[in-house]
Design a binder for this molecule. Structure first.
Ligand SMILES: Cc1cc2nc3c(=O)[nH]c(=O)nc-3n(C[C@H](O)[C@H](O)[C@H](O)COP(=O)(O)OP(=O)(O)OC[C@H]3O[C@@H](n4cnc5c(N)ncnc54)[C@H](O)[C@@H]3O)c2cc1C
Length: 311
């Protein structure tokens, strides 16, 4: 309940241009500015440096060039070109080849066909360099269309692509079975958006119970699933199911967000599990940043201290 209120509060704050201006001014200004806790930086060079640090700690990474809900075709085209440039820079840098992206960044809200074309451009380039591309899942108005676009690419023979399912949506129980049938790679998350009662569980206990159920299905009959959570109870449930059914740690990976529960990331690696860190970067970091605050209001204190110290 508290989490739902917190999510909607931060969603409404995310629309504030004053707050965005203030955050943009201070959040990334110096090497220790507050937004850097969760975002690697505004440039690809900063993201590559963060990726190198993650890899040298024995973990894998996925880079996410931040951006969502672009309003024009030309912005969608720019985002696509920027992603192609990111692919190129990752190849040059010699770091792990894995990226995450959002369909609304590629023009989904403007024209679906153009979005599919943009995605295809990225998947082709990515396939040529043996990348894996994860399509992030956005809020519920985009669930079906995101899955449809994913399946279109899958039917066209693309295999270097995977989806994300959110345990807060009851429909995900169906979707996971479909993805397992296809043999598609799924990242399971709880869901970062404030969703209406008509489509989503409202209680944390329900979201958690569904997360565990979906995780079990993925571990037992999925294809190299990603269990993306910082919640020790979810991780314990995944580990217990794996141990009980002889599913070895090379058949799945845990994923966590950059800057969150770094202690747990290191601990899981030390215990022999695979860990991939999701590294967001880019100038459009404000909505992502606000979602992280909404998940854990204690982060606000940390941000306020950062702003006060910056002035
Ligand atoms: C790799 C990765 C990719 C993701 N991709 C998507 C996606 O495509 N679509 C989508 O909707 N969501 C995505 N998410 C976000 C996800 O849906 C959740 O909102 C987020 O992971 C928080 O849920 P949790 O499972 O960590 O559990 P929670 O119950 O929210 O948190 C468990 C514990 O984790 C820690 N924690 C969680 N969040 C924070 C935070 N912001 N700051 C500090 N500590 C925190 C706290 O210790 C907390 O007690 C992704 C998450 C990860 C890890």
């Amino acid at each position: 309940m508290f989490q739902a209120v917190s999510k909607s509060f931060f969603t409404s704050l995310a629309a504030s241009t004053t707050l965005k201006d203030l955050a943009s001014k201070y959040g990334m200004r110096g090497p220790r500015s507050f937004a850097r806790r969760f975002i690697a930086g505004e440039t690809i060079d900063e993201a590559i440096a963060a990726a190198r640090a993650v890899e040298s700690a024995g973990m894998a990474q996925t880079l996410d060039l931040l951006g969502e809900s672009v309003a024009t075709m030309s912005e969608a085209d720019t985002a696509t070109r920027n992603y192609l440039a990111v692919v190129d820079r990752i190849v040059q840098a010699g770091i792990g080849r894995n990226i995450s992206l959002k369909l609304t960044q590629l023009g989904l809200t403007i024209d679906r066909a153009t979005c599919v074309d943009n995605l295809r451009r990225i998947l082709d380039e990515a396939a040529a360099h043996e990348f894996f591309v994860r399509i992030d899942m956005e809020n519920s108005p985009f669930t079906q269309v995101t899955i449809d676009v994913f399946e279109t690419m899958w039917q066209q023979g693309y295999r270097n692509v995977g989806v994300v399912l959110q345990s807060c949506l009851p429909r995900s129980m169906r979707d996971v079975k479909r993805m397992n049938e296809l043999g598609a790679r799924v990242r399971i998350v709880k869901g970062a958006y404030k969703e209406p009662r008509a489509v989503a569980y409202q209680e944390k206990e329900q979201v958690d119970a569904a997360f565990v159920e979906i995780t079990k299905l993925l571990l037992s009959s999925g294809t190299y699933p990603a269990i993306a959570t910082h919640d020790p109870a979810m991780i314990a449930a995944a580990r217990a199911h794996g141990a009980q059914h002889g599913i070895t740690p090379d058949r799945f990976e845990f994923q966590m967000l950059y800057g969150i529960r770094r202690d747990l990331q290191a601990q899981l690696v030390a215990e022999g599990f695979r860990m991939r860190v999701y590294i967001p970067f880019g100038r459009e970091w404000f909505p992502y940043f606000m979602r992280r605050l909404g998940e854990r209001p204690a982060n606000v204190g940390f941000v306020v201290r950062g702003i006060v110290n910056e002035r």
